[in-house]
Design a protein around this ligand. Structure first.
Ligand SMILES: C[S@@+](CC[C@H](N)C(=O)[O-])C[C@H]1O[C@@H](n2cnc3c(N)ncnc32)[C@H](O)[C@@H]1O
Length: 589
């Protein structure tokens, strides 16, 4: 069965995005290469989420190419129709060679958890004794939200993981425990666990229990239909707890290059596709049949047991990050609060552009309708003076006597009449009511008193930085973030941050330090990243010059003078480079 025939929601629930054949072969070849000659007798291979069996087939073929005969493969699959496909794929090898098990691998895996006796419902042994030579897998990637909180919590407890786990984290742990000491793990999974907060526990688990052999971040190569960006992880199960000395792991990272001039293509590839280019060890900007890509190679240093982010940086990128941090005297987070905008959890009730078209008796009182800045209002530097936010939010929150309060709807009869029409929907947000709050509240209103302060606003996802100054009393929507200076910071700092955050140098820092690009070159701008931007000393001459020009460019942007603003923007960019000791080509001065 082709997983594309599964309904989209069903595919999401099962995490079923199958591995394309070229990638299956690359993974299988690498595993067998790292495996070395088999220790004794047969090689036992497991795919715990085998889908149509193509990864197991690739593993068997790779073993055969290496002259290893008599392997035995085990596939587990929860979806009966996929398992039937696997049976067809692997037909003709004989029952003593292929064993396919219908079931939930995680249930079976409880059988080889260290403390399984403590579980009320220990799984049957099911033939999985935790002594496989090879695990090859593309485990289901199902986020907590889709998994459901109850199931996520149960799995986290059972597998002793903490934080916002997703199904692939649990699989990685269970698959590792299915290996014998010295056995090889080769998996394809989302690259997110390498850089996210949610990946902390699994990074610590992997670095403790696995000697990492190689990492490949497949970035936005679109090798899968899934929305997540995939990565390949290859490692060897350790036979004892590691010493704390750091390990050095080779990595490759590949992202598509959307707008590359022909003279920037650095390499005539030895290969026809991006997967072949990776297998051949190509590096640099390559043009292949399926697109133009930038392949970066380097080494990642990991301390066993550490939950540090795995940033796959080339030596040049590491230098850039180190130099920026060395030349800075703090981060944005030290001088400003960086927050996401409001979350209503019922946007079509609270946010509209057509409030004026409602019948008068149901048109909320104007005191509760506030201009709302959203993605669609975002720009660089500042909005044009005549621009008004396109939407308005019904915002029943205010500050009085220094405390956040909720409007009493008895005083706002038209708002009450409007909201009554949606009462059952709003009350269905049980988390609001159960938190002791009014049924008509916005779920995350942020601090209503803070909207009056000057702030920088930026969209959460954008191909380039779009930080802009907002001095008006506007509310910010949840698809944007905003930052506001801490009380002791001077206003000049807001302009310095604006200039730094919009610069090409900080974009390079962002890519290098957080490596979290999405499809089509878009970047994610969130608190976790922006708060870590290093800032230059604001007392230096160059910083004061930056502030002066940033003020100018804001004024020009407000009047719509884009040509002059563009020229000043270039001057600011050069000064930002200078502030960190770089020339405009990004070379240290
Ligand atoms: C990403 S697909 C990978 C399939 C195949 N190994 C490949 O690489 O093409 C993940 C598979 O895991 C299966 N699956 C999901 N949850 C499972 C579970 N708890 N136990 C076993 N299989 C599961 C899904 O049905 C799906 O076929």
């Amino acid at each position: 069965m082709d997983p594309t025939t599964l309904a989209r929601s069903e595919r999401k629930r099962m995490g079923a995005h199958y591995t394309p054949p070229a990638l299956a072969r690359l993974l299988a070849d690498k595993i067998i290469e790292y495996m070395g000659p088999p220790v004794a007798g047969r090689v036992r291979v497991l795919d715990p989420a085998c889908g149509d069996g193509k990864l197991l087939q690739a593993a068997m073929e790779a073993l055969r190419r290496r002259g290893v005969e008599g392997s035995r493969v085990v596939g587990v699959e929860a979806d009966a129709s996929a398992l039937a496909e696997a049976r067809k794929t692997l037909t003709g090898h004989g029952d003593d060679v292929v064993e396919l098990i219908a079931g939930d691998f995680l249930h079976l895996a409880v059988g080889f958890q260290p403390q399984r006796d403590l579980w009320p419902d220990p799984a049957p042994e099911g033939g999985l004794h935790g002594d496989f030579d090879v695990v090859i897998a593309n485990p289901p990637y199902v986020r907590t939200q889709v998994l459901g909180a109850a199931r996520a919590q149960q799995l986290a407890r059972q597998f002793e993981l903490s934080g916002r786990i997703d199904l692939s984290h649990v699989f990685i742990q269970a698959m590792t425990l299915a290996l014998r000491a010295g056995g090889i793990l080769g998996i394809i999974t989302s690259n997110r666990f390498m850089s996210t907060l949610a990946g902390k526990a699994i990074r610590a688990f992997v670095s403790t229990n696995i000697e990492l052999l190689e990492l490949i971040d497949l970035g936005d190569t679109k090798l899968f239909e899934a929305a997540v960006l995939p990565a390949v992880l290859l490692g060897r199960r350790r036979d004892h707890r590691p010493s704390s000395s750091r390990c050095v792991v080779p990595f490759a990272r590949v992202y598509s290059q959307l707008r590359t001039a022909p003279d920037k293509v650095s390499l005539m590839p030895r290969s026809g596709t991006v997967v072949e280019a990776l297998a051949a060890g190509d590096e640099g900007i390559i043009r292949v049949s399926d697109g133009t890509y930038d392949i970066t190679r380097g080494f990642l240093s990991i301390t066993p047991g550490s939950d540090d982010v795995w940033a796959l940086l080339s030596p040049r990128e590491s230098d850039l990050v180190a130099r920026l941090q060395e030349k800075s005297c703090g981060t944005i987070g030290d001088v400003a609060h960086v927050r996401v905008g409001i979350k209503t959890t019922a946007d079509d009730v609270f946010i509209r552009k057509d409030w004026a078209s409602l019948p008068t008796e149901k048109r909320p009182e104007s005191e509760l309708l506030r201009p709302l800045l959203s993605h669609e209002d975002a720009c660089r530097w500042a909005m044009q003076r005549q621009h008004r936010p396109l939407g308005q939010v019904l915002y029943p929150h205010f500050v009085s006597g220094g405390a956040k309060r909720v409007a009493d709807l008895k005083c706002y009869p038209r708002t009450l009449a409007y909201l009554e029409d949606f009462r059952s929907r709003l009350e269905a947000r049980r988390y609001v009511v159960e938190a002791g709050r009014k049924w008509y509240e916005v779920w995350v209103p942020q601090d209503p008193g803070a909207w009056q302060s000057p702030k920088l606003v930026f969209p959460d996802i954008s191909p380039e930085p779009r930080f802009f100054l907002v001095e008006e009393d506007y509310v910010v929507n949840g698809n944007c973030y905003w930052l506001m200076l801490r009380p002791e910071a001077s206003e000049d700092l807001l302009y310095l941050i604006l200039a730094v955050a919009n610069s090409t140098l900080m974009t390079r820092f962002h890519d290098a330090a957080f490596g979290n690009k999405l499809y089509a070159g878009r970047r994610r701008y969130i608190t976790q990243y922006v708060a870590k931007y290093p800032l230059p000393d604001d007392h230096t001459k160059v910083a004061r010059h930056i502030v002066l020009l940033a003020r100018k460019v804001v004024t020009l942007a407000r009047t719509g003078n884009t040509e002059q603003a563009g020229q000043i923007e270039q001057a600011i960019d050069a000064l930002v480079h200078e502030a960190y000791g770089f020339d405009l080509n990004g070379e240290p001065q």
